[in-house]
Design a protein around this ligand. Structure first.
Ligand code: CAA
Ligand code: NAD
Length: 283
């Protein structure tokens, strides 16, 4: 499978990061979102990231322009008719993802791979929205994408070996390290990470300590680069809640129950860094 063109769906924090690393690796990237302004916002973030590389002397202005010339803005899923792989990074919601995959199945060429950057949802169920489940796969990048090395790769029930191999090869071409895991809710990364974050929110909810103290304990005591509440704000509290709900529903165990404080913040629109307010306030 010779992949040269990619469509990334969702120009939010993950989609823009995925699009950036693909364009930097030389792929032509259709960056898709619901509205042109969302695509432009994502491209703005990418441009800023690349400018920082230029300032640091890691890239020339010409190289930056070359990377930026690899992007084609898109607000129409029909553009997927031009690509060898689609990487979907829209919101963490099965209904939204199923609808996108159903539509992609109509437009993308028969040989095209349809990958999802879902954090927790079953790949097999996403694949069931299409008539090509053998070409559907999970390609789970970590945030911030340009910095983090890992991509968790998840096969659905029907994913073919050929598709797995192509996605593993592409991951390496992005200078990332692929790790294969099985299709369970939250995979490995969020099965382990998100209950820790949820528990940190419970410690705040129950008054065990202040938010600053909770973060400081985990940063200084466990050598984590960010405290769990700062990390939750960084991931997005809506995404954290969706993931906890997927774990809770998928395993049916009360230990995965989302903390009521997390629900409350999401209902208030306090989604973390991306909305300007979560556990902390951002300018
Ligand atoms: N985009 C691009 N580059 C970024 C960035 C971003 N959003 N944020 C930081 N960077 C770069 C900086 O430019 C800097 O690069 P150089 O070293 O080349 O100068 C480098 O990262 C370090 O940044 P800083 O010095 O500003 O800050 P830091 O040392 O505190 O590192 C961090 C920032 C890398 C984000 C670090 O705090 C960290 O590793 N945090 C934890 C991240 C994490 O756990 N991610 C996984 C989240 S869970 C997930 O992704 C899965 C899911 O499904 C929810
Ligand atoms: P985000 O809110 O920053 O961005 C989502 C983007 O998707 C928005 O720009 C939105 O307009 C767009 N979108 C929504 N519906 C769409 C549709 N039907 N078609 C096209 N675009 C659509 O969210 P994010 O943090 O980038 O998360 C995106 C996905 O990546 C989710 O599945 C999430 O679980 C996963 N993920 C998130 C993280 C993280 O740390 N935030 C890490 C790994 C994976």
């Amino acid at each position: 499978m010779d992949i040269k063109k990619v469509m990334v769906i969702g120009a939010g924090q993950m989609g823009s990061g995925i699009a950036q690393v693909c364009a930097q690796a030389g792929y032509i990237v259709y960056l898709n979102d619901l509205k042109e302004e969302f695509v432009q916002k994502g491209l703005g973030v990418i441009s800023k990231n690349l400018s920082r590389q230029v300032t640091k002397g890691r890239m020339t202005e010409e190289e930056k322009d070359k990377v930026l010339s690899n992007f084609i803005p898109s607000t129409n899923l029909q553009d997927s008719e031009n690509v060898g792989i689609v990487i979907e990074a829209a919101v963490e919601n099965m209904e939204v993802k199923s609808k996108i995959f159903k539509e992609l199945d109509q437009y993308a060429p028969n040989h095209a791979i349809l990958a999802s950057n879902t954090s927790s949802l079953p790949i097999t169920e996403i694949a069931a929205a299409t008539k090509r489940p053998e070409k559907v796969i999970g390609m789970h990048f970590m945030n911030p994408v340009p910095v983090m090395k890992l991509v968790e790769i998840i096969r659905g029930l029907a994913t073919s070996d050929e598709v797995y191999q192509a996605v593993e090869d592409m991951t390496k071409s992005l200078s990332k390290i692929p790790v294969e895991v099985n299709d369970f809710p939250g995979f490995v990364s969020n099965r382990v990470l998100m209950p820790m974050i949820n528990e940190a929110i419970y410690t705040l909810y129950e008054g065990v300590a202040t938010k600053e103290a909770i973060d400081e304990v985990m940063k200084l005591g466990m050598n984590h680069p960010m405290g769990p509440l700062t990390l939750a704000d960084f991931i997005g509290l809506d995404t954290c809640l969706y993931i906890m709900e997927t774990l809770h529903e998928g395993f049916g165990d009360d230990k995965y129950r989302p903390c009521p404080l997390l629900r409350k913040y999401v209902k208030a629109g306090w989604l973390g860094k991306k909305s300007g307010r979560g556990f902390y306030i951002y300018n």
